[in-house]
Design a protein around this ligand. Sequence first.
Ligand SMILES: O=C(COP(=O)(O)O)[C@H](O)[C@H](O)COP(=O)(O)O
Ligand SMILES: [Mg+2]
Length: 438
Amino acid sequence: MSPGRSRPVGSSVAASKSHGMSIKYADFVDESYEPTAEDLVCTFRLVPGEGLTLAEAAGRVASESSNGTWAALDAPERVRELSAIAFDLAGDADGGEVQVAYPDALFDPGNMPQILSCIAGNILGMKAVDTIRLLDCEWPASLATSFLGPQYGPDVKTEILDAEGRPPTATVPKPKVGLNTEEHADVGYEAWMGGVDLLKDDENLTDQSFNRFDARLKRSLERRDEAQEATGEAKDYLVNITDETNVMLERVDEVAAQGGGFVMVDVVTAGWSAVQSVRERCEEQGLAIHAHRAMHAAFDRLPEHGVSMRVLAQVARIVGVDHIHTGTAGFGKLENEDTVGINAWLASDFHGVSPVLPVASGGLHPGIVEPLLDTTGTDVMVQAGGGIHGHPDGTRAGAKAFRQSIDAYVAGVPVGEYADDHPELAAALAEWGTESPR
Ligand SMILES: O=C(COP(=O)(O)O)[C@H](O)[C@H](O)COP(=O)(O)O
Ligand SMILES: [Mg+2]
């Protein structure tokens, strides 16, 4: 049949009471449905609950995530037009994949919590499924463009930093919390002097008693200015503004007033609504947003359940972050994940929405930069904490070694060879070799 929602009323749809039709779970399945360009299409992997077929479970998923419930309902046709339709079912009662198409009129454009309450809401806890995972989404233009989208994306490399033609670098001081303001800013200064572009706060450093936000921002940007002057290279600071939404907005203004170019937000723990608010304020202030994804694994680590990192990254791009962590393709300390596929999506054409710069972070050091970039390509930001500050000769030498490993890659010189006349890199390779840490 031709694409569209005005599908024939199937055998399972019983015309009923005078003003409408009775809709029940089975009416949310149409194996032959062809989605339209206005549909949001979600791919789910699911295992049906006990005693249910794949189609019975899929009907319950499409129903609960759009406008159905457990009881057959009498509803007018215009309400029926808002129903989701499960189609393309592949599998059996032991599990499989299904697509679910949602008409865009079901959604509130520009309201990410509302969209997620549909497609990743009650269905994750229904008895009708033993497990269910939202794997991927095809977004219609009407929803994708109803948010601000990224302001800079990969253009931060040239518009804010001096990183044309190479991956920009960032570092997070370690120990991750506990350093006082002066110690933290000193680490930043040493890292910038060694060749790192960005100082980055860790995900759990915000405004604790030992390192207050306001003082850290001020002092770090003072040291940044010194490093910028000494090196002649643009430097900046990914300061973690994560807090209650109104506090974050005040901090965006403060960062702009002090001359910073970026804010960092723990986007999953803060929540997408708060990220939307920050994004709006960053538009006014011209700041880029670095998205840390702490807590993403609560959604995406178990392969059979939850919401994939791919979908979380899609949401982040639509809402409008400029960078987001997407893992290290198995080379760092974290679980291997679909880093390459997610990064390709973040760079892909998407209804005119700007791309996002992916960030590789977690257990990286100079010895694994080469295989990492071989796998991800160079359109990434590369971030190292322990792989810089754990260098035997300290942070500045560690930053030099890290930058040298990147410069070697961009020059097409094997890292071992480049180390022959770069002693900091040689020391890092002697310390850590080319193994991923655990
Ligand atoms: O602090 C770091 C990296 O420090 P180090 O370089 O010392 O491991 C990152 O927050 C985490 O690894 C999370 O990474 P991701 O957000 O990619 O999961
Ligand atoms: Mg961290």
